[in-house]
Design a protein around this ligand. Structure first.
Ligand code: ADP
Ligand code: MG
Length: 462
């Protein structure tokens, strides 16, 4: 319960106001204006606890109306923005009781039955935006084939390749394509880490409430396409492997499509149950190799076209020459060169690119330590490490803390629980919340986007 500080709830504004106002915007479009004004707008967010956004309304009568008539819409609006959250409605007079005994409230309210819904996919990760070359054409063709003919020959489709070579992009491309072309199909995308965390949560709460573990099963078994990203993280996780084995069998028996990605082939995931390993090879195993120079150049051309960067092919070719393993690094180098020239109003030449990229080549994500990220965030926002890891909830600290957490989850493949440990023993849902919060802001708030880019640039220049 250490992520949970009620001091802030005493003040007028708290860090959940922003989250709630985003959800309100969504609700305004689904609830009639009068009801919205009377029942919805007047609620105040108190906190987030056990994946519940706790909302206070004025009276018992209001609570009854809201729960009966609007809870479904409220939950739908919440999950559109923050997939793992749902609402818990209390009255303002129940606030103190909730603060002293939150578990009693949380126990009382069963989680809403999780409707199997399609995931929301990154709209930039489409087949159209994926540059096909020798290194990835096999995976590309296999993924396209799967979208045309799900659950048949390539089941599972097992994609493997190094960091930053487009595995996640391809999975989102499948998701975007299916959502658009075959909306009747339900596509679920999860990282293996998220699968594991949801399983742990369901086991934990399942001890009190059986419907929770049923929800977990229903969620994963009533879908048409399941995509699990970065499956290598389930090595060594016995109960996750066990549950995934049953999920796999259930879906496969029903002819549902499974797509798995990994940074290595099945035989190199260790330790992994043999029965799971053999199933990974039942369909098609396809690898993505690092792109050759022509493909790297084509990726940079596409990217600069999409971003309206207007950079000469000569400069793009120079950037393409500097890196031959990781497309993400390639993209970051492009962005850095571009922003450097904008920021300092210098012409975009090969010399400039050389200057900007000097010292950075070959510096892959893995070599970045968590310390570098934390230090950079502390310096950027002028907060101390103590404040970063501490309990203060004022905006000046909360936002840098969330940004720092976001960057760590983005740059390093570190379990959320371990990040939580570093950040003063917060639990993984708090880390997840911080991450999703910034991810959401990045889409809508140009200032946050710029700050995030600035910090990344500093981090990678080290
Ligand atoms: P992985 O999941 O394999 O680590 P990602 O899918 O996250 O890699 O890709 C890293 C970045 O590189 C993403 O921004 C992605 O859009 C981009 N990328 C990778 N391969 C390609 C490609 N062939 N064409 C266009 N962009 C690509
Ligand atoms: Mg990935």
């Amino acid at each position: 319960m250490n992520d949970f500080d009620f001091e802030q709830s005493q003040s007028e504004k708290n860090e959940y106001d922003e989250l709630w106002s985003e959800i309100l915007q969504e609700l305004e479009t689904t609830i009639s204006a009068v009801s919205f004004d009377v029942f919805i707008k007047s609620m105040k967010p108190l906190t987030v606890k056990d994946e519940k956004l706790v909302l206070m309304c004025e009276t018992n009568a209001n609570k009854a109306v809201i729960v009966k008539n609007y809870l479904k819409q409220i939950n739908a609006a919440i999950s559109k923005k923050f997939a793992h959250l749902s609402a818990l409605i209390i009255t303002s007079s129940e606030k103190d009781e909730f603060i002293s005994k939150p578990d009693e409230f949380l126990d009382l309210v069963p989680s809403p039955p999780e409707q199997p819904v399609s995931s929301i996919f990154n709209s930039k990760y489409t087949f159209d935006n994926f540059v096909v070359g020798k290194s990835n054409q096999f995976v590309y063709a296999a993924a396209r084939a799967v979208t045309e003919n799900t659950g048949n020959s390539y089941n599972p489709l097992f994609i493997y390749g190094g960091v930053g070579l487009g595995k996640t992009h391809i999975m989102h491309a499948v998701g975007n394509y299916i959502t658009k072309k075959r909306p009747e199909l339900k596509v679920l995308y999860v990282t293996s880490e998220r699968f594991m965390n949801e399983l742990i949560d369901s086991i934990r709460s399942g001890n009190r409430d059986r419907s929770n573990s049923m929800n977990f099963r229903n969620r994963y078994r009533n879908i048409d396409i399941l995509m699990v990203d970065d499956i290598q993280f389930i090595a060594n996780k016995t109960s996750t492997q066990e549950e995934f084995f049953h999920t796999f069998n259930d879906l496969h028996d029903k002819g549902k499509q499974i797509i798995i990605s990994s940074d290595r082939p099945p035989k190199e995931i260790n330790p992994l149950e043999e029965r799971l390993r053999s199933r990974f090879g039942w369909g098609l195993i396809a690898d993505i190799q690092p792109p050759d120079f022509e493909t790297r150049l084509a990726i940079l051309q596409k990217k600069s076209l999409l971003q309206n960067y207007n950079i000469s092919d000569e400069v793009l070719a120079y950037i393409a020459e500097q890196n031959d393993t990781n497309v993400r690094v390639l993209e970051e180098n492009l962005t850095r060169v571009y922003f450097h020239s904008k920021l300092f109003e210098e012409p975009l030449t090969v010399e400039l690119a050389g200057k900007v990229l000097k010292d950075s080549t070959g510096e892959a994500n893995e070599t970045l330590s968590i310390d570098v990220i934390i230090d950079t965030c502390c310096r950027y926002y002028k907060v101390t490490r103590e404040e970063m890891f501490g309990k203060k909830k004022n905006k000046e600290i909360v936002y840098p803390r969330q940004m720092c957490i976001y960057l760590i989850t983005e740059i390093l493949s570190m379990p959320l629980a371990s990040i939580g440990q570093i950040f003063g023993g917060r639990d993984h849902t708090t880390i997840m919340y911080a991450r999703d919060k910034i991810a959401g802001e990045l889409k809508n708030n140009p200032h946050i986007k710029t700050a995030c880019q600035d910090i990344r640039n500093i981090i990678y220049k080290k």
